[in-house]
Design a protein around this ligand. Structure first.
Ligand code: PLP
Length: 451
């Protein structure tokens, strides 16, 4: 190959791409190094240089491109996205987005804090007191409360404390066959429960379980009765299940506790989700221990909430395994801020009026029209609770209908927009996107449509 044909020869613009050392010495880049560490910054620099070599960035703009790219780099490699799916508790997108109050609390708890320290006496204090108080205030039907790592931890801790090794011959937990749930990625609650020693005593059939089925199962080996909310499916047709109140009466007549796993963690009834159980109702109906996830409809951080009668919560909290599932200071802080604070984003998203969503989506369509002179259709689009809540319940709303190929291009943006595709179109649902993002959303979509 002759010299002039070499890819970097002569007056090739690639010769003008700034060198790594020069870029690393820029003041803004120096500052980014403090924040992100040298390695991450070098990666960004190399990435922009190679984009310049590929002709995607002109050499004169490499400095600016490096600085701009560094601004959007976070110290962790998670990529913040806009959730345009209409699925509120989207498991793959991190479930509940935190409220501003919870984010503030995370920052406050990030350094040294009095999580287990009594400022008045200077002695060791009780851990998580204020979070417990916030939970009890939000759910006065509970006598006591404990927060652990997540819902699965809450369930396995309760099962182990009540029916695990050390419970003598009482090792059986009675559960209806209609409530033997797999909650995703092959994760079965019954396998979790049995993993530490308790035995599931199955009763009834998939579609019908009667009080007599539970009665027959009770004996000297019974440790507890368990009711699990079928959070991601519904059993329809010829069905029958026993309610919490009846089960509680039966359990108490035999001096046994009733455990109820409600899944999503509503504190009080939600008119849009009439079949979703609540912590308060479950306790009022006689459950001894109720558990739920903190990052489903509670709208907080990943957490497992255990609420109930004092003696049972204490027994669970005293179990050695509780230490292995202990909530960290960040969880405690964000959970307290969520529970004690205003309506969290997940419930805001749930409650947004369809008419308001329609108006917003039409405005978005007009904003795109102004930019590219194409009018996108606004079509009805049902949102979902997702994340194992409100199974099969549509949440009426609207979506912007754009060409299908945009779905992957929207995902490839610096701040990815995650939309759904259906019937040959890409649907953009603004339910879970904060309204102040609408302008940027319009620009991003318009820019892709112009291509
Ligand atoms: C989601 C869910 C769990 C598990 O909770 P995580 O917080 O995901 O660990 C347990 N039980 C039910 C009924 C659920 O819906």
């Amino acid at each position: 190959m002759s010299r002039t044909a070499s890819p970097v020869a002569g007056d090739d613009p690639r010769r003008r791409i700034p060198r790594t050392d020069a870029l690393l010495a820029l003041e803004e880049v120096e500052r980014a190094k403090q924040r992100l560490g040298e390695e991450r910054v070098r990666d960004v620099v190399r990435d922009v240089q190679s984009r310049a070599r590929a002709g995607e960035v002109v050499p004169e703009e490499v400095e600016g491109a490096v600085i701009a790219a560094l601004e959007s780099v976070h110290a962790c490699t998670f990529t913040p996205v806009l959730n345009a799916t209409g699925v509120i508790v989207h498991t793959n997108l991190g479930r509940a987005p935190l409220s501003p109050q919870a984010i503030d609390a995370l920052e406050a708890a990030a350094g040294y804090v009095d999580v287990e320290f009594d400022l008045a006496t200077g002695l060791r204090g009780k851990r998580g007191v204020s979070t417990r108080e916030a939970l009890l205030k939000a759910c006065p039907a509970a006598q006591d409360a404990l927060a652990v790592n997540n819902g699965a931890a809450a369930l396995s801790l309760i099962a182990t404390a009540l029916a695990g090794p050390g419970s003598g011959k009482r090792r059986e937990i009675v559960l209806s066959r209609g409530e033997m749930i797999e909650i995703g990625a092959g994760f079965r609650l019954t396998e979790l429960i049995e993993s530490t020693g308790p035995v599931i005593h199955e009763v009834g059939t998939t579609n019908r379980t009667h009080l007599a089925d539970y009665e027959k199962a009770l004996g000297e080996s019974t440790a507890a009765l368990l009711k699990i909310h079928a959070s991601n499916y519904v059993i329809k047709g010829f069905t029958s299940a026993v309610g919490i109140a009846e089960l509680a009466d039966l359990a108490h007549a035999h001096d046994l506790p009733l455990i109820v796993d409600i899944g999503s963690g509503l504190f009080s009834p939600e008119p849009l989700l009439p079949d979703e159980p609540t912590l308060t109702e479950a306790l009022e109906q006689g459950a001894d221990l109720v558990l739920a996830s903190g990052d489903k409809l509670v709208g907080g951080p990943q957490a497992g909430l255990i609420l109930g009668k004092k003696e049972w919560v204490e027994r669970v909290a005293r179990h050695p395994l509780a230490r292995a599932m202990r909530a960290d200071k960040l969880l405690l802080a964000a959970l307290e801020a969520t529970v004690a604070g205003p309506t969290p984003p997940v419930l805001e998203a749930l409650h947004t009026e369809p008419a308001a969503l329609k108006t917003r989506t039409e405005k978005l369509a007009r904003a795109i029209h102004e930019r590219v002179n194409v009018m996108c259709e606004v079509v009805p689009h049902d949102g979902r609770v997702g994340g194992g809540g409100g199974a099969e319940v549509p949440i009426p709303g609207w979506a912007l209908r754009v060409p299908e190929h945009l779905a992957s291009e929207l995902r490839a943006l610096e701040r990815p927009i995650i939309a759904t595709t259906r019937d040959g179109a890409c649907l953009i649902d603004v339910r879970c996107i904060p309204e102040f993002e609408d302008d940027e959303l319009a620009s991003a979509i318009a820019a892709l449509m112009k291509r």
